[in-house]
Design a binder for this molecule. Structure first.
Ligand SMILES: [Zn+2]
Length: 330
């Protein structure tokens, strides 16, 4: 048994309380490589932001859970080395799909877990989330649960269509599960292809997706005043990175994300955690493709991973400062 407190990590409780009260959101960046971890820590330290480093089931399969936990431990020490005396870093399991997986993570140094029973019938979702909460809270680990279904594909999580969260269910759900935060569905979706061009309107040559359902968000806020709300699938899919990828031999078609203005607006509400994964993948791939195209003789991974890390760091800083507003909140 490894407790997260021994690794210098924190859970989300205090962080979320401050974020809801302060009208900003904490960045939740997915990671599965050392370079992503370094870029996240550099960005968080430079902007003095709390940060959630999250790991999906797919990331654990790719990089090994023990290695990822030690990367998170290393992240805390690295942040201190970079001059941040009291870093606030959460190691979070993204989309845990069973009690066993959540327990394994809690027993191995995670400070927060998500139990995603959103595809289950309502009562089964409650029963599963409640079981995870009861176990997690014994170790002061915080739990995110989900109500409503997001469309899109992310690692092993996929759904053809979305179902918005029903505001009339949120009080019953959060009370009976005892969850610490609630992921909701209001029109965001997983992956880099969130919308088809047919779903969008063309404004000044740019495809603009349908707006997020702020009416539902506001209804949920009214039912659960001050309760931490989480948005998944919130990458913006910057055209700049998509264009770089396509310019240097890539083939990404109709990649469309959530406009940053809408995320900025959501951050000011009870939304206190915003998940960003695809944008990091795009920033990394764009920099690697560009570097290798311009330096065809390079074969040392450090030569192309260094610009990739720089590009991710730039993107993380941009999100923290210009979209989430969590800079200076340590
Ligand atoms: Zn998600």
């Amino acid at each position: 048994m490894v407790n997260y407190k021994d690794l210098g990590l924190v859970n989300t409780r205090e962080m979320f309380k401050r974020a809801v009260a302060g009208g900003y959101a904490i960045p939740a960046f997915n990671f599965n490589t050392m370079e992503q971890m370094q870029a996240i820590v550099m960005a968080a330290v430079e902007t003095k932001s709390p940060v959630i480093m999250q790991v999906s089931k797919g990331a654990r399969n790719y990089a090994n859970g023990t290695i990822l936990r030690n990367l998170a431990k290393g992240a805390v020490e690295y942040a201190k080395e970079l001059g941040c005396e009291h870093p606030e870093i959460v190691l979070h399991l993204d989309h845990g799909d069973s009690f066993e997986l959540c327990k394994e993570c809690i027993d191995n140094g995670f400070s927060s877990v998500m139990i995603d029973g959103s595809s289950l019938p309502y009562e089964e979702n409650i029963a599963l989330a409640k079981k995870v909460v009861e176990y997690a809270h014994q170790f002061d680990v915080t739990v995110e649960a989900e109500l409503g279904v997001l469309a899109g594909v992310e690692d092993e999580v996929s759904s053809a269509e979305s179902h918005y969260t029903k505001p009339e269910e949120v009080i019953d759900f959060s009370t009976r599960t005892g969850c610490d935060s609630l992921a909701i569905s209001i029109g965001t979706s997983h992956g880099a292809h969130k919308f088809t061009p047919e779903q969008c309107t063309l404004v000044n040559g740019v495809l603009v997706p349908p707006p997020l359902a702020f009416d539902i968000l506001h209804e949920i806020e009214k039912k659960l005043p001050g309760f931490p709300i989480v948005l998944h699938g919130s990458s913006s899919v910057p055209m700049e990175e998509v264009n770089t990828i396509n310019k240097y031999g890539g083939h990404l078609e109709a990649a469309i994300g959530i406009p940053e203005e809408q995320l900025r607006e959501a951050s000011k509400s009870a939304v206190c955690k915003i998940n960003i994964d695809s944008d990091s993948r795009l920033a990394m791939t764009a920099a690697i493709r560009k570097h290798l195209a311009e330096h065809p003789g390079d074969f040392d991974p450090r030569q192309y991973l260094k610009p990739a890390r720089e590009n991710m760091k730039k993107m993380y800083i941009h999100k923290i400062v210009n979209v989430l507003g969590s800079n200076g909140k340590l």
